[in-house]
Ligand binder design. Structure first.
Ligand SMILES: NC(=O)c1ccc[n+]([C@@H]2O[C@H](COP(=O)([O-])OP(=O)(O)OC[C@H]3O[C@@H](n4cnc5c(N)ncnc54)[C@H](OP(=O)(O)O)[C@@H]3O)[C@@H](O)[C@H]2O)c1
Length: 320
């Protein structure tokens, strides 16, 4: 772990006379920031003058990414290890932020996995038109080259949904101390859009903000995993294009709305970054990471009176 320089974070006097570490700068945490859109989000936020804690589950990959940023002249970035699946790692990050900054202003929950095993050569040889890929028309076409075991599905839900929840719950007390007006950005996907879930009952369950709760979302995910285990996904109306990934993002969107309702003083939103050329889609994406990170950064820097509990397709507000 790198230590934070004292010139960047000067100790300050509290009202009670003793020295606290509370810093005036706007501070952010970005998860899954060692590559892809997360890394680019760190770059863009630091350029905006935000002090960023860049996190990654692998210490070596994470420190290397931060070293590259520093080499390019960006100084207001530090690394801290964070595996969103590991509660001890999450607690250690929260403690680090508490000690170094005394509060947090921005949380970008970006870490995610596709949760599938892919024959990359086979996928490339199919030469799927991005339009068919995005619309879900290629679902049957990719069946021969994309596999998902029950363990893969569980890991996908645990990282994409519960990982975000673990980190958010640990950092909420620090976000509540923000004087800038805290923002949370949950990185979602168009795969999580409600219109892509074939079963109307499930769509309604995730859509009804009045009755939506974390317990309801848990229940839905348990039913999904049970249907997956029994081989009954299609029969029970779950999305068949990257099933675990799709439901992990649909529930992440629902969680975003629950959080926004629970914390009206914060701006809590979710965003589809676009179809971006990164490892997660085996470089089938068409946008570069600069474009992909634009929505993250726009939502991270929302003013206090900005929207909350909304879903964005890149930088445009869209329908859940
Ligand atoms: N690219 C797209 O077209 C697209 C479209 C829609 C949504 N998204 C979303 O955008 C986000 C970023 O994806 P990307 O395209 O930048 O993909 P990526 O290049 O594969 O990056 C994913 C990042 O998440 C990290 N990660 C995975 N599991 C983690 C864990 N348990 N703890 C901490 N970090 C973990 C990875 O770390 P390691 O290097 O250690 O694996 C990596 O840094 C994801 O949430 C993804 O679902 C992407």
């Amino acid at each position: 772990m790198l230590s934070v320089t004292s010139s960047l974070f000067p100790p300050q006097k509290s009202d009670m006379g003793f020295t606290t570490k509370l810093t005036r700068e706007r501070c952010a945490v970005v998860t899954g920031a060692n590559r892809g859109i997360g890394l680019e989000t760190v770059r863009q936020l630091t350029k905006e003058g935000v002090v960023v804690v860049s996190t990654a589950r692998d210490e070596k990959r994470g420190t290397a990414a931060v070293a590259e940023l520093k080499k390019s002249g960006l100084s207001n970035v530090v690394f801290h290890q964070l595996d969103v699946q590991d509660p001890l790692s999450v607690a250690s990050l929260a403690k680090f932020i508490q000690t170094q900054f005394g509060k947090l202003d921005i949380l970008v929950n970006n870490a995610g996995i596709s949760g599938v095993i892919v024959d990359e050569e086979g996928l490339k040889s199919l030469n799927i038109d991005p339009v068919n890929w995005l619309s879900g028309k290629a679902t049957n076409l990719v069946k021969g080259v994309i596999r998902q075991t029950f363990e893969n599905a569980k890991e996908c839900v645990d990282i994409n949904y519960y990982g975000c929840k673990r980190v958010t719950e640990a950092l909420i007390p620090l976000l509540q101390l923000s004087t800038w007006g805290a923002t949370i950005v949950n990185v979602s996907s168009l795969r999580g859009e409600l219109k892509r879930i074939p079963d109307e009952k499930k769509r309604k369950e995730l859509e009804d903000i009045e009755s939506l709760s974390e317990e309801k979302i848990d229940g839905l995910l348990q039913r999904f995993l049970e249907d997956f285990r029994r081989g009954e996904l299609e029969a029970n109306g779950w999305s068949m294009m990257l099933p675990a990934y799709s439901i992990s993002k649909a529930t992440l969107n629902a969680y975003t709305r629950v959080l926004a309702k629970k914390y009206p003083d914060m701006r809590v939103n979710c965003v589809h970054p676009g179809f971006v050329n990164t490892d997660i889609n085996w470089h089938t994406g068409t946008l570069d990471v600069e474009e992909g990170a634009r929505g993250h950064v726009m939502l991270a820097l929302l003013p206090k009176d900005g929207p909350s509990g909304r879903y964005f397709d890149q930088i445009e507000m869209s329908e859940f």
